[in-house]
Design a protein around this ligand. Structure first.
Ligand code: NAP
Length: 259
C-alpha cells in the first residue's frame, strides 16, 4: 500500500471525479469529496466511512469554498494532495456568440478553480510531499470549433498552473496539470460529433493517478490522440483550419436571429 494521503478532490459526484474517488478510496487514502450534489458523495462515503469526508459546496462561491477549507483544516490540519477536477463544458453556437455562456464556463472552470487554489495552498504547505493537481483538457493542444469558452477556460488553467509552478518552486509544493482526451462521462454524453479514442472514466482516473504517483507535472492521455492534436496544431494554418473547421452551415442566418 502507498503512503496514506489526505486528499481533497473536487468534482467527485460524477464522471472522472467519481472514478478517481472510488480508486483513491480503494487504495486506502483519506479523501474529502466536494461537489454540489450531496447524494453521490454520500453513497461512496457509506462504503468507506472511515476514509471519506463529504463537503458539498458550489465552488464558484468563495465563502462556501473557504468554509470547506476550514473543515479540512479542522479535520486533518493539512493536505497532501488537492485534485481540482470540477469543471463544466458548454459549446458556443455561432452565429450567436454568447458572452453569458463565456461567463458561466469561466466562472466554474477558472474562478472556481482559483477559489480552490486559494483554500488549498495553505493546507498543502503543511502537507507531506504536497501536490496540487488541476484537471485541464487536451483541447489546449489544438483550437477546436465551438470551444471558444471551454477551450479558453482550459488554456487559462494551463497558464495558471504553469505560472504557479514557478512561484511554488521553492516551497516544495509540486504541481501537475492533467489533460485528458475524450472521456465517457455526463459531460460528453450529449456531444453530437465523433470522439476518437474515447476512454472510460475508470481508465481516465487510472491514468491520472498513475501520473500523480509518478510525480509527473504534465499528465496527458491517450498518447496517440495527444500526438495527433499536436501534429495538426503544428501544420501550416491554412491546412490546420481546413482540417478542423466546422463542416455544417449554421442554421440561423438573418440579422434578427443573430442578434
Ligand atoms: N469528459 C471528457 O471528455 C473530458 C475531457 C477533458 C477534460 N475533462 C475535464 O475533466 C473534469 C471532469 O469532467 P467529467 O467529464 O468527469 O464531467 P462531469 O461528469 O460532468 O463531472 C463534473 C464534476 O464537476 C462538478 N461541478 C461542476 N460545477 C461545479 C460547481 N459549480 N461547484 C462544485 N462542483 C461542480 C460536478 O458536480 P455537481 O454537479 O454535483 O456540482 C461534477 O462532479 C472537468 O474539469 C472537465 O473539463 C473532461
Amino acid at each position: 500500500m502507498n503512503h496514506q494521503r489526505r486528499i481533497w478532490l473536487t468534482g467527485a459526484s460524477s464522471g472522472i471525479g467519481l472514478a478517481l474517488a472510488e480508486q483513491l478510496a480503494e487504495q486506502g487514502h483519506r479523501i474529502a469529496l466536494t461537489a454540489r450534489r450531496r447524494e453521490p458523495l454520500r453513497a461512496l462515503a457509506k462504503r468507506y466511512p472511515e476514509q471519506i469526508l463529504v463537503i458539498t459546496a458550489d465552488l464558484t462561491d468563495i465563502h462556501a469554498v473557504r468554509e470547506a477549507g476550514e473543515r479540512l483544516d479542522a479535520t486533518w490540519g493539512g493536505l497532501d494532495w488537492a485534485i481540482l477536477n470540477a469543471g463544466t463544458c458548454e459549446y458556443m453556437e455561432l452565429p450567436r456568440f454568447s458572452a453569458s455562456l463565456m461567463e458561466r464556463v469561466m466562472r466554474v472552470n477558472v474562478l472556481g478553480t482559483a477559489n480552490c487554489i486559494e483554500t488549498a495552498l495553505p493546507l498543502l504547505r503543511r502537507g507531506h510531499e504536497p501536490r496540487l493537481a488541476v484537471v485541464g483538457s487536451s483541447v489546449t493542444y489544438l483550437p477546436l470549433p465551438r470551444a471558444e469558452a471551454y477551450g479558453a477556460s482550459k488554456a487559462a488553467l494551463r497558464y495558471l498552473v504553469q505560472s504557479l509552478e514557478l512561484d511554488l518552486a521553492n516551497e516544495g509544493v509540486a504541481v501537475s496539470l492533467v489533460s485528458p482526451g475524450f472521456v465517457d462521462t455526463p459531460l460528453t454524453a450529449n456531444n453530437d460529433f465523433a470522439m476518437p479514442m474515447r476512454l472510460s472514466a475508470k481508465e481516465a482516473a487510472r491514468r491520472t493517478l498513475r501520473g500523480l504517483e509518478r510525480g509527473q507535472r504534465e499528465i496527458s492521455f491517450p498518447g496517440r490522440f495527444i500526438a495527433m492534436l499536436r501534429l495538426i496544431a503544428a501544420l501550416p494554418a491554412w491546412l490546420r483550419i481546413t482540417l478542423t473547421r466546422r463542416r455544417r452551415k449554421p442554421e440561423a442566418t438573418t440579422e434578427q436571429e443573430i442578434n
